[in-house]
Each structure stands twice: as structure tokens, then as C-alpha cells.
Design a binder for this molecule. Sequence first.
Ligand SMILES: NC(=O)c1ccc[n+]([C@@H]2O[C@H](COP(=O)([O-])OP(=O)(O)OC[C@H]3O[C@@H](n4cnc5c(N)ncnc54)[C@H](O)[C@@H]3O)[C@@H](O)[C@H]2O)c1
Length: 272
Amino acid sequence: MRLEGKRAVVTGGAQGIGQAIARRLVDEGARVAVLDRTEEAARAALQDQERHLGIACDVSDSTSVDAAFAKVAAAFGGIDIVVCNAGIGRGPDDGSDQMYGGAARRAEQIAAGETPTAYPDQTIHMSDAGWAAVLGVNLNGAFYAARAGLRDMAKRDAGGSIVLIASTSAASGEGPIHYVTSKAGIVGLARGLSREVASRGIRVNAVHPGPTDTPIMANVPDAMRDQMAAAVPLGRMARPEEIAASVAFLASDDASYVTGAVLAANGGSYFC
Ligand SMILES: NC(=O)c1ccc[n+]([C@@H]2O[C@H](COP(=O)([O-])OP(=O)(O)OC[C@H]3O[C@@H](n4cnc5c(N)ncnc54)[C@H](O)[C@@H]3O)[C@@H](O)[C@H]2O)c1
């Protein structure tokens, strides 16, 4: 019960890693508000809706984020922990099909002993809307949620902990270009913000999940998913609960001297 008495917000907590985080924080004693795209999904994530909250919120829209955080602060009396987890891997016309298709064809050509003529191009096919969608949710969304949490923490002057969910792709550079860029931005946000708010007793850290068995992985073709799992030194994908355990540590006072850090929960794939 490391988080007894703490009040937490988890964005994108309706499924996958975010849901595992929300449930882990509850198990450790926190009151938790899940923010997700629909109220129904957000409310379904946690059982006790007297004690916990599920709120509809689009993290890419700062008005929506501010309104959701205001509801949480009013219901809980304050916010001690913010987990910026909501993320997407694809946007409209973002060149993902061309990239994955090109990579698969190139591998086939090389395996057949042919001179490869296919390329895993994404950027040349990327639309402005595709780029903006992923940056809007993954990076702007994390910033808006962190900012809304900080405003409450600063007002109460009682410290706090912010955990940002980045990705191993920020270290490896592997993955869709908008996604990799957004996650590298998350690392910069964690580091810069940790410096800015340390004197307030607020800690800011990031977690790099490796490939984790969640619905977001449905975007990735089966063969590539198997390759990703096989390339992990521990030899498998993570379970969402394994990522949640790292987040709970960083959120708790067990990490009281840890700020600006990137915790690689990635089976040894990359060192941060
Ligand atoms: N699964 C992986 O292999 C993996 C690896 C590294 C990092 N991550 C990161 O972990 C986080 C969670 O990923 P996941 O695998 O659980 O994905 P997921 O798709 O299973 O869950 C993402 C959640 O975010 C919510 N969401 C999406 N857009 C939103 C928006 N605009 N506003 C509010 N909520 C929104 C979704 O509704 C969903 O509940 C993401 O930031 C992702 O980039 C995942």
C-alpha cells in the first residue's frame, strides 16, 4: 500500500498498459481517475466508481484535458500523481502501410537472392494530418496532462510525481517516424520538466516500455510482431502488468530520489 492517500490520474487508462497502471495504483492504495476517449470505456476500467473515476477526455485537446483535471481535483481534493500514458501508433494517411509493406517486400527480395527494389518508406508518404494526429495525442497530450497536473500540484505546494510513458523506440529509432519522434519528445519533456519543478518537490520520470502485448500491437503485422519479440534479449513481449510495476515504483516514495530518469522496462533491448 505504497500509495495510500494518494490521488492519481492515468490518461488512456481504459485498456492495455494504462489499464494495468490504473489497477496497479489502485492495488497500492491510490484513488485513481481514468481519462480516456469515452466515459463508458474510462468507467469500465476500474470497478469501484464511488472511490475511483472514469472521465471522457481527448488528451490532444487542452480544453478537454483541463476540464477533466478540474473534475478530478474537485472530486478527489487534489492530484498527487499523473501518468501520461495515452498514445496512438497511427494516423490518417501516414504511410504506415507503405512502410510495413515495403519492409516485408524488401525482406522477401533479399531472402530470394534478388537485388532489393522495395524500400520501407514512410516519410515520403506521410500526410500532414497523419503526422499531426500522432504528435497531437502522444506529445501534446502528455504535455497538456502534465501541465494540468502541475497546476494543481503547484497550487497546493505538496509535491507530486509525474510519469510519462515513452517507448524503447525513442532510444532505438525503430518504428513509425511520427511515433518515434513523439516518444523522443517525451524523453525531452521528462528531463526538462524534472529540472523545472524539482525545487517544488515534484518528480518527473519516463518509462520506456519494450514491445508489450496490448491492442496497440494490432497495428503491427504479425510477422513483424514476432520479430520484435524475438529480438528482445529476454525473448518475449512484456505483459502490461510488468510496465505498470515500473510506473508504480516511480510514482511512489520508493523513488523519492529519482527524477529526470528514463526507466527501461524493455527486456534489455536498449540501455537508456
Ligand atoms: N504496447 C507496446 O508495445 C508499447 C511499447 C512502448 C510504448 N507504448 C506506449 O504505452 C502507452 C499505452 O499503449 P498501449 O499499448 O496500452 O496502447 P492501447 O492502444 O492498448 O491503449 C491506448 C489507450 O489510449 C487511449 N487513447 C488514445 N488516444 C486518446 C486520446 N486522444 N485521448 C485519450 N485517450 C486516448 C485509447 O483509447 C486506449 O485506451 C502508449 O503511450 C504507447 O505508445 C506501448
